[in-house]
Design a protein around this ligand. Structure first.
Ligand SMILES: Nc1nc2c(ncn2[C@@H]2O[C@H](COP(=O)(O)OP(=O)(O)OP(=O)(O)O)[C@@H](O)[C@H]2O)c(=O)[nH]1
Ligand SMILES: [Mg+2]
Length: 350
């Protein structure tokens, strides 16, 4: 899963990228011009921590996602818009996190988060519209594919009304399949990240931005990018003390990473034992059979049963045997829909 950090030039994308990944890509307005930074991050997971405490395993493995700091516009001073190359790079990712500037920049410009969030949505909307119009022009000449034409006309009307495609509820799975090749920006899951100055980290989010996010059904995370970037550079022990001194339980980056993970419609199922405690990413709504395939193709092929325990029960009762005694271990078949936080032991035969 690749999640794009996107936004207007100088909005704080690379700063947030560093805060999330602990890397030190060059920041500063224009520093990322022509470059794309990539970083893999572990998804913090208290359930994995709790299981690892119980089993003391040789290996502890967290789920991972990739963040991509999508390069800013091509030339400095070109204005605030997004160029084709940036829009193209945005099409490559699975979900978008829009980094909105919430701090006064070096030029002394006050932040205008609501304007920025809205303008960015318009840029994406226009970009999708242009794709559709180009395609419709071609279809007109070909005089074929009436179904595709009809569908694209519907999408166009929705975009013309200023609405993102993700809010078009009439799309069926078949529709979505047939348009997946376009990689429409306004169809991708989207979340807002407001990058604020340190002094504003604990202040309430501007109500107009909260309202905008609520109305558009978008997640919203507030994060003091510059401080979080410093935190990410610290040794773990130092990090803990510093975060506590700010009055937080954990770095905001952790909260954000989990939100981005959920944005991609991913859940985690867990496996636990003396060898390894591990979180496995799985698309929400997937079957136990599919989950088995994540662990190993042999397990998928020879699937017999999934032994499922809720992680809370396992941690509370202390062992699989105790869970079995207490009736907290369930036997599930191939079709069982895996839930977030299920600890699964697959029985298989090859
Ligand atoms: N005060 C303050 N400054 C910040 C914060 N986040 C970023 N900045 C500053 O804003 C400038 C731009 O930040 P970047 O993270 O490089 O922004 P960007 O979106 O990657 O910029 P481009 O790649 O040019 O589009 C840098 O000088 C940062 O130090 C913040 O939370 N507070
Ligand atoms: Mg940058």
């Amino acid at each position: 899963m690749k999640i794009g950090l996107v936004g207007f030039p100088g909005s704080g994308k690379t700063t947030v990228f560093n805060a999330l990944t602990g890397l030190s890509a060059e920041t500063g307005y224009g520093a990322t011009r022509g470059k794309t930074n990539l970083g893999v991050v572990k998804v913090p997971d208290a359930r994995v921590d709790a299981l690892a405490k119980l089993y003391n395993p040789k290996k502890t493995v967290y789920a991972e996602i990739t963040f991509c700091d999508v390069a800013a516009a091509a030339t400095p001073g070109e204005g605030k818009g997004l160029d084709e190359r940036v829009l193209g790079a945005m099409r490559e990712v699975d979900a978008l996190c829009h980094v909105v500037r919430g701090f006064a920049n070096a030029a002394g410009e006050a932040p205008q988060p609501l304007v920025e969030a809205h303008d960015f949505e318009i840029e994406m909307n226009l970009s999708d519209l242009i794709l559709i119009e180009t395609r419709l022009e071609r279809l007109k000449k070909e005089k074929a594919k009436p179904a595709e034409k009809e569908l694209l006309e519907k999408l166009k009307a929705h975009l013309d009304a200023g609405k993102p495609l993700r809010s078009l509820e009439i799309l069926t799975a078949t529709d979505l399949g047939s348009i997946s090749g376009y990689r429409f920006l306004t169809l991708k899951p989207l979340m807002l990240i407001l990058d604020v100055a340190e002094a504003d980290a604990a202040k309430p989010v501007p109500p107009d931005l909260t309202e905008y996010a609520r109305k558009s059904g978008l997640g919203l995370v507030v994060l003091a990018g510059a401080v979080e970037m410093d935190i990410a550079q610290m040794a773990p022990e130092e990090q803990k003390d510093f975060v506590a001194s700010l009055g937080l339980d954990e770095p905001a980056a952790g909260r954000f990473i989990r939100a981005a993970y959920a944005l991609c419609e991913l859940i985690s199922f867990l496996t636990a034992g003396e060898d390894e405690c591990r979180a496995w990413p799985l698309r929400k709504g997937s079957s136990a059979h599919k989950a088995a395939g994540k662990v190993h193709s042999d397990i998928e092929r020879g699937f017999i049963r999934a032994e499922v325990i809720r992680w809370e029960d396992l941690v509370k009762l202390g062992s699989e045997a105790k869970c079995r005694e207490a009736g907290k271990l369930r036997l599930e078949g191939k079709e069982y829909t895996v839930a977030d936080g299920d600890v699964i032991n697959f029985r298989f035969n090859v």
